[in-house]
Design a protein around this ligand. Structure first.
Ligand SMILES: *[C@@H]1O[C@H](CO)[C@@H](O)[C@H](O)[C@H]1NC(C)=O
Ligand SMILES: *[C@@H]1O[C@H](CO)[C@@H](O)[C@H](O)[C@H]1NC(C)=O
Ligand SMILES: *[C@@H]1O[C@H](CO)[C@@H](O)[C@H](O)[C@H]1NC(C)=O
Ligand SMILES: *[C@@H]1O[C@H](CO)[C@@H](O)[C@H](O)[C@H]1NC(C)=O
Length: 742
């Protein structure tokens, strides 16, 4: 790469507004992170309040095709159109979003692209070059098929045909995949209010009708489950030297228990601060507690996210303006997992672990394994803290799953599943986990089976896991190719284990969906394989979610380079830009099935694949039906659907496919090698949008490791063959032996 040219071109960056109207473009000052180029401008009208994060507005109208990128040419915002196909603007009538977050899907009634190469409609990467930013998480689609893509430098909104709406530069590097929250009335716990019941207390008996049970039912009406209460001044309460609640504490009524005689019912209050419960007679409630008013606020539709500098933020979907940003902790480790929202609560992993729980290889330069230790519930209205919960072990890929009732479930890096009440943070259950282990995978939830599936690795058997004698835990005590993993299914209501399965490779991702192989049988699809490691093999298993029985196994590609596809090629530019030098995703993206039962998945060798039932075959096992080779690995969550559209994120780009079976052949397209690079080289660099490169799944593909590679590599280096511990793993070259000298 001609580094000098690229760096020089940074100063030449001039982004012209598409079409008419000039847009002022400046480079952000270096104090703003300076990590990457981002385009931002002030719109003439001066609309758009900015509170910290920087939003650029592009006020194009969606219907004007003159804003479309020309076919085969990258435009000024980095969009390249590959065929002149118009994707449909659609407005969902039920107000739901097509793809609001990476893990929680109510129903999938969308068809994916059947021919992955012929359906590519447009793509996006950073306007200054493919490696200038790294997307984070899957694309998100709102109720109108608008596509939101989070990346290291900014979050951008495009309409379904690739016309940019706004871009928002958050306060630092994104720490987790953002999610969309639909608009709605939210409970905002703010001002105090007296109970209606208190009024009754001061009235004479006769006025109350001297009817005990009516008073009781009046009180029962006043205290509803879900109400928030606050301890009045002077009403702190101690029992046996233990403080049950103190002035100012807030709690939620989690239940009302009628007394045996039908009078003097009791309320169960769950305290936000301590997580303790108190049972209190209703007639005492009003003396000690005040009601916290439920003020309904209508919130706009928003996108929520978090940054490694500890911020959790919400931006307005229409304008891209920041609605709030809360500094939730000093740092948030990333980039992994996702932020999610439900019922006015944003659930986010925060507080990078810096204590003994993540202190691991003490003879390495950085002995702290990245992970987060707290899960927080924030009010979607203003970002204020509603609850917090410290996990037993740190989390790495923390993806909130909306479980039964008001539960939110997720797993830590040892594969331990937690279920919390997302309104209060109270623990419902905590189960499983193999101490001392580490997984990149995240749990999945099947509402149909009421099962939550934990993915993790089994206790390391190589030894050298003792932290006490020098030199401490050694890198053999870690997850490597061939490390055995587990898949454990738990009852999502009770946490009781339903079944367990051992895997020959560390699990990477999973999904539960109805597949067409055989027709509409629900399968738990588990992918496995160590990520970004020379010679790491991979597999996909189809399991029966009821009992964990294996129905089919597919071999996946083996990574024949020491990097996930694209990470070595992009390293120089990424380092020069000051951002993340590696994307380092999982070996497989989360599998996603469409409404016809086809399974879509991306992998670390840079291939997007569609598996399904071959119509000419009698097999009931899925076959590989279509592949798009990008030469760049895919995000952990990479694939999203809307109506007529499928959008996919790699480690460099967004790729948008049309999915209509009936697309007119009259639309014309260019093959990717047909067009010449960008005509006006505004950026002094003519990296065109390559979407067809070589896969890293072939042993013949370079690059291998060079001696002059400069990685700030804090990851332990280890050859699993030395210990012979992972007996199943022998890094033997299958095609040529000398390619494997690391
Ligand atoms: C799925 O979409 C089709 C066509 O848009 C519609 O007819 C059908 O009712 C939908 N099914 C569900 C379950 O929403
Ligand atoms: C008390 O109130 C209940 C319910 O309102 C009613 O059924 C009952 O007859 C009343 N008892 C007296 C003594 O008034
Ligand atoms: C850590 O200790 C092991 C065993 O003594 C050694 O092989 C390894 O090179 C050490 N690592 C570093 C970074 O010093
Ligand atoms: C899961 O647990 C709940 C609550 O304990 C129970 O009612 C339900 O029957 C269990 N489901 C299964 C499939 O075991």
């Amino acid at each position: 790469m001609q580094l000098a040219t690229i760096v020089a071109s940074v100063h030449l960056l001039v982004l012209k507004m598409l079409g008419t109207g000039a847009i002022e473009v400046r480079r952000p000052s270096s104090s703003q992170g300076g990590s990457s180029l981002l385009e931002y401008g002030s719109d003439a009208g001066g609309q758009g309040r900015v509170f910290g994060g920087v939003t650029s507005h592009f006020t194009q109208t969606a219907d004007d095709k003159s804003y479309w990128a020309a076919v085969g040419m990258k435009n000024k915002v980095g969009v390249t159109r590959y065929q002149n196909y118009e994707l449909r603007h659609i407005k969902r009538s039920d107000g739901k979003f097509f793809w609001a977050d990476s893990a929680n899907r109510e129903d999938i009634n969308f068809t994916g692209a059947k021919d992955l190469t012929a359906s590519v409609t447009w793509g996006w990467h950073h306007p200054s070059g493919v490696y200038n930013t790294i997307p984070v998480g899957s694309p998100l689609l709102d109720d109108q098929n608008n596509i939101y893509i989070g990346a290291d430098d900014a979050i951008r909104k495009f309409d379904v045909n690739g016309v940019i709406k706004w871009s928002y530069a958050p306060r630092g590097q994104l720490a987790a995949a953002p999610s969309l929250c639909p608009a709605g009335a939210r409970r905002l716990a703010t001002s105090d209010m007296s109970f209606g019941g208190q009024e009754d207390m001061v009235r004479p008996d006769w006025a109350k009708g001297n009817n005990e049970s009516s008073t009781s039912s009046q009180l029962t009406r006043d205290f509803r489950v879900g109400d928030m209460v606050k301890v009045k001044p002077g009403a702190s309460y101690w029992v046996d030297g233990r403080e049950l609640f103190r002035v100012g504490d807030e709690g939620m009524i989690s239940g009302v228990v009628p007394d045996e005689q039908g009078k003097d019912s009791k309320a169960v209050i769950l305290w936000t601060r301590s997580g303790d419960k108190t049972v209190m007679q209703l007639h005492l409630m009003a003396k000690r507690f005040s009601h916290v008013e439920k003020r309904d606020t209508t919130l706009p539709a928003m996108l929520v996210g978090s940054t490694t500098s500890g911020y959790v933020f919400a931006i307005d979907l229409d304008s891209g303006d920041e609605l709030w940003a809360t500094w939730a902790s000093n740092e948030i480790a990333g980039v992994k997992g996702s932020v999610a929202c439900k019922g006015g609560i944003v659930v986010v992993a925060t507080d990078r672990c810096t204590d003994r729980y993540c202190y691991r290889y003490r003879n390495q330069t950085n002995p702290l394994t990245p992970g987060n230790q707290w899960v927080r519930g924030l009010s979607a209205a203003d970002g204020s803290s509603v609850w917090q919960y410290k996990t037993f072990q740190p989390m790495w890929s923390m993806i909130p799953l909306w479980g039964p009732g008001t539960s939110v479930m997720f797993q830590d890096w040892e594969g331990r599943v937690y279920s919390l009440n997302y309104l209060t943070g109270a623990e419902i259950f905590k189960v499983g986990g193999d101490i001392g282990t580490h997984t990149n995978a995240a749990a999945v939830y099947s509402p149909g089976h009421n099962t939550v599936i934990a993915l993790g690795v089994k206790h390391y058997t190589n030894g050298r896991c003792n932290p006490y004698p020098a030199p401490g835990i050694l890198p053999s005590c870690w997850t490597w190719p061939g490390t055995r993993g587990f898949v454990r299914a738990y009852n999502a209501s009770s946490g009781r284990k339903v079944w367990e399965l051992e895997t020959p490779e560390p699990p990477a991702s999973a999904s539960i969906s109805a597949l067409n192989s055989p027709s509409f049988h629900t399968r738990l699809v588990v992918t496995m394989g160590h990520n970004c490691y020379l010679g790491a093999s991979s597999q996909i298993w189809g399991l029966d979610p009821n009992n964990g029985h294996t129905r089919w196994i597919k071999e996946g590609p083996t990574l024949w380079t020491g990097f996930c596809a694209g990470d070595k090629e992009g390293a120089d530019i990424r380092r020069a830009m000051g951002g993340r030098e590696k994307c380092h995703p999982n070996s497989w993206s989360m599998p996603v099935a469409d409404s016809t039962g086809d399974l879509y998945i991306g992998n670390q060798v840079g291939e997007l694949m569609r598996y399904g039932l071959d119509p000419h075959s009698t097999s009931t096992r899925p076959e590989l039906l279509s592949t798009l080779t990008t030469g760049v690995a895919f995000q952990d969550a990479a694939i999203a659907f809307g109506t007529g559209v499928m959008a996919v994120t790699t480690c460099t780009s967004l790729i948008v496919f049309h999915t209509m079976d009936d697309w007119q052949k009259s639309t014309w397209s260019v093959s990717h090698s047909d067009y010449s690079p960008i005509s006006d080289k505004v950026h002094g660099e003519d990296l065109s949008h390559e979407i067809s490169e070589e896969s890293h799944g072939s042993i013949a593909v370079t690059p291998k490791v060079d001696s002059d590679d400069i990685w700030s590599n804090d990851e332990p280096v280890y050859d699993p063959n030395i210990d012979g511990g992972s007996s199943a793993y022998h890094r033997q070259a299958k095609e040529q032996d000398n390619a494997l000298s690391y």
